[in-house]
Design a protein around this ligand. Structure first.
Ligand SMILES: [Zn+2]
Length: 144
């Protein structure tokens, strides 16, 4: 009986410790204090909206959107439905000067595409074709 009580006490302490750890977990605290951190979708790029201006994927232009997906070299984007692509972004570092509307370098041209992609291997047309069902159906791969 006594050993049972001790065992229970230990369990109680362990639970309290776990609760404390959960409440003061640095990762959770960090994510609580930094909502809406959006990362650049280019494979291997560490930039976020906290440090860089990001540009939305052109969701309304399927072919151009898929071209951005291809150029980004990021296979995770293949699992994102087209309707959610506007949540994905690419940072300004991947666009050369001529892709911008004006000197403020905030607004892209209508036909802009990321053209500064060092050490990025674009996705293959086969990969895009395989994901076309998820991405939002019909598009013409010939344009990519
Ligand atoms: Zn980037």
């Amino acid at each position: 009986m006594a050993s049972f009580a001790i065992e229970n006490g230990r369990r109680e302490r362990k639970f309290r410790l776990e609760l404390l750890f959960f409440l003061f977990n640095p990762v959770l605290i960090l994510s609580r204090n930094m909502p809406n951190v959006v990362k650049c979708s280019v494979h291997g790029c560490p930039n976020t909206n906290k440090t860089h201006h990001l540009h939305k994927f052109p969701q309304n232009d399927v072919n151009r959107c898929l071209k951005w997906v291809r150029l980004s070299g990021n296979p995770k984007l293949l699992n994102v439905p087209l309707k959610d692509m506007h949540k994905k972004k690419i940072c300004k570092d991947h666009f050369s000067r001529r892709m911008f509307w004006n000197n403020t370098l905030k607004t892209l041209n209508r036909d802009a595409e990321p053209d500064i992609l060092r050490n990025v291997t674009p996705l293959t047309t086969d990969q895009l074709m395989a994901a076309s069902e998820i991405l939002g159906k019909s598009f013409q791969v010939t344009f990519l």
